[in-house]
Every structure is written in C-alpha cells, then in structure tokens.
Design a protein around this ligand. Structure first.
Ligand code: AKG
Length: 271
C-alpha cells in the first residue's frame, strides 16, 4: 500500500522534506507531552540528559535534550518513545520514501523552553554516517512550532549538494558548534507545524532551528532517526538498531567518526 501520493514523493525528491499533517492525534500528543514534561520537571536525569555543556543560568540547563529515551525501559519516557519511534504510521511513510523497510537508530526529546538557543544549520548524516544510502529524520511536533518559539528551518533542495563542511556556529544563537552557511542561490525557510505534525527529511537536507524568542511558549519535539534496512554502515553511536518489530538488526558495520546529532558547545568554566 502506498502512503504518499506521486506528487508528495516528487516534492520530497525536489525539496528533501515532507510534512505529514496530524499524524499523531491530540490525545496521543498530549500524553507524549505529559510524560516527557513530568520526567523533565523531576530534574536532570543522568544517562538520559547531559547538562555539563550548558551555561548554568540558561534556559536549556534546566531542560537539556534527552538522548535515546527509548533505551530507558525503566522510566515512563522509555516505552512512550519506543512505541512512537516504531509507530506503523511512521514506518509506512519511511517505507514509501526508502522503497524498503526502515530501521530505527535514534530517539531524542527537545524541550526548547522560552529563551532557549536554537541549533545551527547542519546535516544529520554528518553525524549518523549511514552508507551507502542516507539517514532520514521523523521530527514530531509536540507543540505548535514557528519562527518565534524555536521552530525548524530548512533549505529546500540543499539535500542535492551532498554533505557540506560545517563552520563554527554563533554560540549566542546555537547550542551546537556546527553551522553551514546558506549556499548561494538557496533560501532558509521556516517550517510551520502544529502539534502532531511530523516532518520527514533526508540526512543531507540542511536544517536547524531558531532560538526560542518567546516568553511563554515551549517548543517541544520528539525526534527520531532511521536508515534503510539494507544499509551497510552507521556510526557506532547509534547501535543497536531496531526494526519495526523491535528486533535488533545485526551485520551493519560501525562507520568511523560520527556521533550524537549536534555537538554541544563546552560551557565557559567547564572541562
Ligand atoms: O529541534 C531542534 O531544535 C533541532 C533538531 C535538529 O535539527 C535535529 O534533530 O537534527
């Protein structure tokens, strides 16, 4: 069964991204929001969050991003993120986009509270190193997201450039060190999303997020990365890989280099 129209597929090929509107319903998103917010409000959880690299007085220090929550079966965020990561609605769209089954490599949760910095323009496969194909993100909006509360920005068509060498980001607007300047003739555009929408984009699409300049609106997101089941390599950081039946995929080599998606700046005064 096909889940994307021919038109949606050709736009994906042209632009490098596709928005599935209201893929998760209001009740599902409210539950995801509740469970992650409760975990976040309980304080920074070692092994799930790392605040070493954040300035202690900044908005993100209280709510650092959560890395690989699906691996924390002992916490309420574990089963919630695992089930969303392997949700068949996401799997079906990925299958359409890849032309084969996808396997899951990563989950992350970003709180992006008011006044939090954004993430500089980057390409995900710079970190995941999926080969010979490309990684794919499914970015689930947990709040409505726009330019004011730190929504995503993308450079349509930039996925056709292949991987571009990043420069140093401006630490006043980005919490990660890498930044790719906007390629000549291309344009950064905001991605306006409603809670429950899912943005799918390829690992070579240049994208990032705005700082959250609002005073009251969080911009939470549950983010997943995948590769095609036929991939030969991925950065070792992302193993074990899980197929949509929750089986570990063996035999994929650990690519050299890569690492967590986005390298955090070291805070002044920390090691
Ligand atoms: O959600 C954000 O602020 C940025 C996320 C992002 O760029 C990514 O997951 O690669």
């Amino acid at each position: 069964m096909k889940h994307l129209s021919m038109e949606e597929k050709s736009r994906m090929e042209r632009d490098g991204f596709h928005i599935a509107r209201a893929l998760f319903n209001t009740e599902e998103i409210s539950e995801i929001r509740r469970v992650f917010q409760e975990q976040g409000d309980s304080g920074v959880t070692p092994g799930l969050q790392n605040d070493d690299r954040l300035q202690s007085n900044e908005a993100l220090a209280k709510y650092p991003r959560m890395m690989m929550p699906h691996r924390h079966a002992d916490l309420p965020v574990g089963p919630v993120s695992l089930s969303a990561m392997l949700d068949p609605r996401i799997g079906d769209i990925l299958h359409d986009l890849y032309g084969e089954a996808a396997v899951a490599a990563q989950s992350m949760f970003y709180f992006k509270p008011p006044q939090a910095r954004g993430q500089g323009l980057h390409q995900d496969n710079f970190y995941l190193k999926v080969a010979p194909a490309n990684c794919m993100a499914a970015w689930v909006a947990v709040d409505d997201a726009d330019e004011d509360n730190g929504g995503l920005m993308v450079i349509p068509g930039s996925h056709k450039l292949g991987l571009v060498c990043p420069e140093q980001a401006d630490p006043t607007v980005s919490f990660t060190t890498e930044h790719i300047p906007t390629p000549e003739g291309m344009q950064v555009v905001p991605v306006i999303m409603k809670a429950g929408d899912v943005l799918f984009f390829t690992g070579s699409l240049i994208h990032g997020s705005y700082p959250n300049t609002s005073d009251t609106r969080s911009r939470r997101a549950l983010i997943f990365h995948y590769g095609p089941a036929s991939m030969k390599e991925i950065s070792g950081h992302y193993k074990p890989l899980l197929d949509f039946e929750q089986h570990e995929l063996d035999g994929v080599l650990a690519a050299t280099g890569g690492g967590p998606c986005g390298t955090e700046f070291v805070a002044v005064g920390s090691a």
